[in-house]
Design a protein around this ligand. Structure first.
Ligand SMILES: C[S@@+](CC[C@H](N)C(=O)[O-])C[C@H]1O[C@@H](n2cnc3c(N)ncnc32)[C@H](O)[C@@H]1O
Length: 282
């Protein structure tokens, strides 16, 4: 049962999150407090700590707990083609326009970023979508899909590209046959799809400078929802800077742009949360 957080709890929660940031670099200080406190309750329960100061003392004597805490504070629910309407609209509105633009300019590079990629379902879905859309024109393009997350455990699993039958239950038999190989109980993403995706650690809150630039398309879905508005603003502005012009930003279906970004991006589909950067603006 959830505890009621009192004023003094809020102060010690601030101290706890400061400590986590200082000791590990993980910065949950501007995550939404409801999620953080709910998730922290679990760690308190698991470690036998009754209060936040108890838990801070536990962290001092059990530094391995930091990793468990970080793991519990990040929500890694995902799925292949999560938000199917958005993927459908990316195929309908973004890919034809983008590939035509590239062809007209004689450019081969297609650069995508899945920011907050969890266990890889999203970047592999992007790779499959591109494979389906391009068909035998795939060799006309050099495709890079950068996939980043703060959870090293999720990244390790993503790199293996192996999923249970439950993980792939929403996929059609044709997609399973064309893009996965069955090994015993696992469905493993085929090599030609995996080759398009490269995974690396990146903390979206860590800097205002984007780790990648000149991107054609950035997916940042179901990550901002956990952040407080000021941090959302900072992350969105970094994502904006990472985009080429034209470049496309896709958010989760329940997420919205902050006001300042609303002015800079054109909305291509309000339901699918697809936005377009049209030209370089200051
Ligand atoms: C709910 S999942 C969303 C996964 C996928 N984008 C989707 O829509 O299905 C949120 C992901 O964001 C990651 N995440 C949370 N905070 C992050 C941060 N500061 N930097 C990078 N990734 C973060 C979590 O580890 C988790 O994998």
């Amino acid at each position: 049962m959830a505890r009621i957080v009192t004023g003094s709890d809020t102060t010690t929660l601030d101290s706890l999150l400061e400590k986590v940031h200082r000791d590990t670099g993980y910065d949950f200080r501007e995550y939404k407090r409801g999620t953080v406190t709910r998730r922290l309750e679990r760690r308190l329960h698991a470690t036998g700590a009754k209060t936040y100061p108890d838990y801070m003392r536990f962290l001092d004597t059990h530094p391995e707990e930091y990793q468990r805490l970080a793991n519990d504070l990040t929500i890694k629910v995902s799925g292949f083609f999560r938000g199917p309407y958005s993927f459908q609209q990316v195929a309908r509105l973004v890919l034809p326009e983008l590939t035509l633009f590239k062809r007209n300019r004689g450019e081969r590079e297609l650069r995508f970023w899945s920011a907050g990629c969890a266990r890889g379902e999203e970047p592999y879905s992007i790779a499959i979508l591109l494979a389906q859309f391009l068909g035998n024109r795939r060799q006309d393009f050099d495709i890079s899909i950068y996939a980043t997350d703060i959870s090293r455990q999720a990244l390790q699993e993503a790199q293996m590209g192996a999923y249970s039958s439950k993980d792939v239950e929403g996929l059609t038999p044709t997609v399973l046959e064309n893009y996965f190989t069955r090994y015993d109980k696992d469905y493993v993403v085929k090599a030609d799809i995996r080759q398009m995706v490269s995974f690396s650690y990146f903390d979206l809150t860590s800097t205002i400078r984007p780790p990648f630039v000149n991107l054609d398309c950035v997916f940042c879905c179901n990550v901002l929802i956990y952040l407080q508005s000021q941090l959302q603003e900072r992350v969105l502005s970094m994502l904006y800077d990472s985009l080429a012009a034209p470049g496309y930003l896709i958010l989760g279906e329940v997420e919205t742009l902050t006001n300042s970004l609303n002015e800079k991006l054109d909305c291509l589909d309000a339901k699918a949360k697809i936005y377009k950067k049209n030209r370089r603006r200051r």
